[in-house]
Design a protein around this ligand. Sequence first.
Ligand code: MLC
Ligand code: AMP
Length: 505
Amino acid sequence: MNNHLFDAIRNSVLPEDVFIEIPSGQQFTYGQMLALSAQLANALVTCGVEPGDRVAVQVEKSPEALMLYLACVRAGAVYLPLNTAYTLTELDYFLGDAEPRLVICDPAAKEKLQSIAAQRSAVVETLDPSGEGSLMDLARSQSETFADVARGPDDLAAILYTSGTTGRSKGAMLTHDNLLSNATTLRDCWRFTRTDRLIHALPIFHTHGLFVASNVTLLAGSSMIFLPKFDAEQVLKLMPVATCMMGVPTFYVRLIQSSSLTKELTAGMRLFISGSAPLLAETHKQFEAMTGHRILERYGMTETNMNTSNPYAGERVAGTVGFPLPGVSLRITNPADGRKLADGETGMIEVSGPNVFKGYWRMPEKTAAEFRQDGFFITGDLGMIDARGYVHIVGRGKDLVISGGYNIYPKEVETEIDQLPGVFESAVIGLPHPDFGEGVTAIVVCQPGATMTEAEILLPLQERLARYKQPKRVIFVPDLPRNTMGKVQKNLLRDTYARLFEPVL
Ligand code: MLC
Ligand code: AMP
């Protein structure tokens, strides 16, 4: 048996080709990728990592961080990337649940992380591309070859945590073939080749930046310009030397605000892709008017990788997410009983295919609850298939806010707010936001007789919730609207405050 994912990568690349460039001018060829990922894999083994062990990684974006992902794949370990915005409180849960052998963080975070990792018997190492005493030092002293650990299509390559509408975060288990099959399909559908140069401005701890952008690049043997984060000015400057970009809708919303975005500037670009959140048809149209390019929108999620895509060659229809990808079956069902609905009817989107994950880490009941008997995964997204076969996402059956492409589960934020002294109850909702798509908003009811300020709600959350989950606004109300069943009517709240984030003219 071979290493299913890494063998495919190795067979797709030419050692002399450039893999990653960073703005300082430093370049990594594919030959260097093979050598450095081998050194890091050797370093992982030296640190005691064995096949199947989880390796949790919370580090700033860098080429070395991506090599670490590849090293885990080669060592047969399970890569567990963590958002750099997560607080210690959030990390404590992930480490307790995943029980990683090794936790790798930025040097500045080591001391704090060590205090929680020690209770979990996990060893903490740092990744500092230039600093001493980090895993990079150990790696540099290792061999540039590594006998890749045998892993089959069904073996785990990664666990990515996604919050839940109720209760605890769940670790989505992704296999070697989930990742390989999806990236191969996307490479072919989007026609990536070795001549492509991708602007990579996404974080590399979620599906979009890690698997969609990086695995597609690797399997096409193309190159990417690695930016630490999205900066519209910097991205605009790079367009004349790049061929494609992948982004969340906020990237496009910010780009169309610049008068530098023109047909001339983007003449050498062949493809702009959007996903992770709905792209407004308005943004799509304005981008086309300014550049002549029609953004290609696709739809996916952590558990399933990518499910649908607008066509490369056919018509890219604004406001739709295109067709199911080759090999992916998608159906619309009645959310109540799972009965398949006809085209044109709105219901639950369900998918099956080699892209769909293996289940939630150590949560067999949750896994069973989200799959149908015949293996279809219930996405929680509401959609419709039109007469031409295009899939439309028309809403969410799950209580979820998507802000700038990051998911926020209201339940998690409400639980934190409800614990604060002086709070009786709260409802967290997403309201239309001109930059982030949706803005997290907390509607709070105080205890009888208590009065509170916005700061009294927000300050204590800073320690407990990642910045992007913290409400952008807090509104105090005497009580929450409820239906006859006692359920909070969030739709009424969303209607009442719909214009909260509208710019004041
Ligand atoms: C940053 N902030 C956010 C935020 N990002 N708040 C809400 N939502 C976000 N997405 C905070 C900052 O900490 C800051 O706090 C303030 O908001 C303003 O920050 P900013 O400077 O404007 O933000 P910026 O750093 O430019 O980041 C915005 C962004 C970034 C959109 C570029 O969030 C981003 O790269 N998002 C991509 C997320 C992604 O990769 N999603 C894919 C998930 S995978 P302060 O303290 O200054 O007030 C998936 C599956 C699929 O969904 O289909 O792909
Ligand atoms: P995540 O759990 O972070 O992977 O987010 C997945 C969710 O993002 C999906 O279930 C959808 O609700 C949403 N999503 C992803 N792509 C799109 C898109 N193109 N349009 C609308 N929603 C999307």
